[in-house]
Design a protein around this ligand. Structure first.
Ligand SMILES: Cc1cc2nc3c(=O)[nH]c(=O)nc-3n(C[C@H](O)[C@H](O)[C@H](O)COP(=O)(O)OP(=O)(O)OC[C@H]3O[C@@H](n4cnc5c(N)ncnc54)[C@H](O)[C@@H]3O)c2cc1C
Length: 563
């Protein structure tokens, strides 16, 4: 076989999964090559919140949050059944804490516990309220120097002043910067650092969330001298279902053949921007919006499928969803804002369909919210749905990209991001909903605000609901009246933040052929791998947790594999 280059392990895709596989394989002594389609690392990971769901992780245990693989397994059993993905699930739960400890001990990839962060079906057996989620430590990207430009930035909606990242912990101090000295000092420090950054860099160098994760992975790779080929897209693997021995890679328009003695890892981020796969895997009507990185075109899944690999899950949800509103960016383009945790669970907001009726517990997880949109859409158009609130709510909690206390809400009405009405009738007419029905819906909901009990959807009953609500609001932290004009509505659509359908693998991330046997030399991780959660969304970090753990397992397996 002709080869332009020869390595031990070839990894395609420099997102969290691919970078982890490359880093671990290199630490284990393999000669590694990481190929990245674009000119930057990070993929969707760079725009993510960066949370990892790692049951029993030692970082949380050290902080006093007890958890175990057994409890998490009971939870997954309640969610997806006892037998589903038994082998990969056991491997995931058993290896998670060790994989994280390995990275913390040997690289610059460092994690901190989230503490309280409820699972998304927090009322199910085995669900945790705290201790399963960890996040990367914020990263100072200045040591990357010029290489900082290689780290894909987060979406502009997650930055302020055109380039300053704001982590979850920064939001309250920034909004309340004149309310306490501590808040003021925190905000002033962020701002001064940002100003200094902008003298030298295109954006702030204090990275948080998913950007900190990819920044830390990239920095660790650079420090180890792991080679990364940019503008290098995997086109196909060499070999067949009896063994993969390398790959064809398009580097800057020229195709080269790379022999990989121990195998090829597919980590190209999943199928989100592949029309054919969207049509084949996603629910009808196929969601028009995706928050996945636009370069994720299903290349890995396509390569696996051509070899005859098994695709899964066949049942359950093929995507992991969030409701998004459509923003207008300063340059005139549109962006997507994910309504993850900041507004839906706060008291004084309802979600309605085109019939003017509530269809969901608004405080449920973003994934469950969208599943309810799909269900409601079968009987009344619910794509888009509308989040409705009053002027007290928007002032106190914000709505989508309108942050709390914004001095110019009218600007968002003028740009058509928000719809407003001096009365509920006016609002209803503007969003083409029957005014009488909207009145009935709001009146009924305002009654729940008084009693604190949502008879229709149980809003505020689950720990997750209350965690994202307003603890100071009584009697129910998630239910408040809509009463003070003007009233506002924002339209929300379903969008995938990740996909769960992908290449079926064994416990070491080896891609499986239909006879259930692994294809020697072919691994898949991240969103190229069928989700170990079988289409469900158990808690914060459902995709990045498995992405890191199975990348680690793939690298460890490759170390032991054939020459
Ligand atoms: C707003 C938002 C918040 C999120 N928050 C979280 C969270 O907190 N926790 C969580 O678990 N998940 C979260 N996610 C989802 C998470 O970001 C993704 O599931 C994760 O990034 C997938 O990792 P990956 O490495 O598989 O793919 P990606 O991160 O998308 O990386 C894939 C890489 O492969 C490259 N590539 C594509 N095709 C090729 C090719 N042919 N050859 C070579 N390279 C190729 C791409 O350019 C890209 O760099 C969030 C997503 C969004 C949008």
């Amino acid at each position: 076989m002709h080869a332009d280059r020869e390595v031990d392990l070839l990894i395609a895709g420099a997102g969290p999964a691919g970078m982890t596989a490359a880093l671990v394989a290199s630490l284990e002594g393999l000669d590694v090559l990481l190929c990245e389609k674009s000119d930057q690392v990070g993929g969707t990971g760079s725009t993510s919140a960066g949370t990892l769901w790692i049951p029993g992780n030692h970082q949380s245990q050290a902080a006093g949050f007890a958890d175990s693989a057994e409890q998490a397994d009971a939870y997954l059993t309640a969610l997806i059944g006892q037998a589903t993905n038994r082998e990969t699930r056991d491997a995931y739960l058993q290896t998670g804490p060790a994989a994280i400890d390995y990275l913390c001990a040997r690289t610059d990839v460092q994690f901190i516990p989230c503490g309280p962060h409820p699972d998304y079906r927090s009322n199910m057996p085995g669900a945790a309220i705290a201790g399963r989620a960890i996040v990367p430590e914020p990263f100072d990207a200045r040591p990357l120097g010029d290489e900082f430009r290689r780290v894909r930035p987060p979406i502009s909606e997650f930055m302020v002043f055109g380039g300053m990242m704001v982590g979850k912990a920064d939001i309250a101090p920034l909004i309340g910067r004149f309310r306490s000295i501590a808040n003021f000092i925190h905000s002033a420090r962020l701002f001064v650092r940002y100003l200094a950054d902008r003298l030298k860099y295109q954006r702030g160098t204090r990275l948080t969330m998913g950007n900190a994760l990819v920044g830390r992975l990239f920095y660790s790779l650079r420090r180890r001298g792991v080679p990364i080929l940019f503008d290098a897209s995997i086109v196909d693997v060499m070999g067949d279902r009896h063994g993969v021995v390398g790959a064809r890679v398009n580097v800057g328009g020229k195709e080269i053949q790379i022999r990989a003695r121990k195998g090829v890892v597919l980590a190209t981020g999943g199928y989100a921007h592949n029309k054919r796969f969207r049509e084949a895997f996603m629910p009808q009507p196929i969601p028009a919006h995706s928050m996945s990185y636009e370069g994720n075109c299903g290349d890995g899944v396509d390569i696996g499928q051509r070899l005859g690999a098994t695709i899964a899950p066949e049942h359950g949800s093929s995507g992991l969803w969030t409701p998004v509103s459509i923003t207008m960016r300063p340059d005139g383009s549109n962006g997507l804002f994910p309504h993850l945790v900041l507004d839906r669970a706060k008291p004084g907001l309802i979600a309605i369909n085109s019939a003017g009726r509530r269809f969901v517990n608004e405080a449920d997880s973003y994934h469950d919210f969208v599943l309810a949109m799909f269900e409601s859409h079968k009987t009344a158009p619910t794509i888009p749905a509308y989040l409705i609130c009053d002027s007290v709510f928007i002032e106190k909690y914000g709505l989508g990209v309108v942050y709390p206390g914004h001095s110019n809400v009218a600007k968002f009405v003028d740009s058509n991001y928000l719809v407003s009405g001096h009365t509920l009738d006016e609002l209803a007419v503007k969003i083409a909903v029957d005014p009488a029905q909207l009145h009935r819906t709001v009146a009924r909901y305002n009654g729940f605000a008084e009693t604190g009990v949502d008879v229709d959807f149980g809003k505020g009953e689950a720990e997750l609901n209350r965690f994202n609500g307003d603890a100071t609001h009584r009697p129910n932290p998630c239910i408040g009246p809509l009463a003070a004009a003007p009233f506002y509505a924002v339209a929300v659509w379903p969008a995938d933040i990740a996909v769960s359908t992908g290449l079926s693998t064994d416990r070491d991330a080896r891609v499986l052929s239909p006879d259930g046997k692994p294809i020697p030399g072919l691994y898949a991780c991240g969103n190229d791998m069928a989700s170990v959660m079988a289409g469900s969304y158990p808690g914060p970090g459902t995709t990045l947790g498995p992405a890191i753990v199975f990348a680690y397992r793939a690298a460890m397996h490759a170390r032991r594999a054939r020459q």
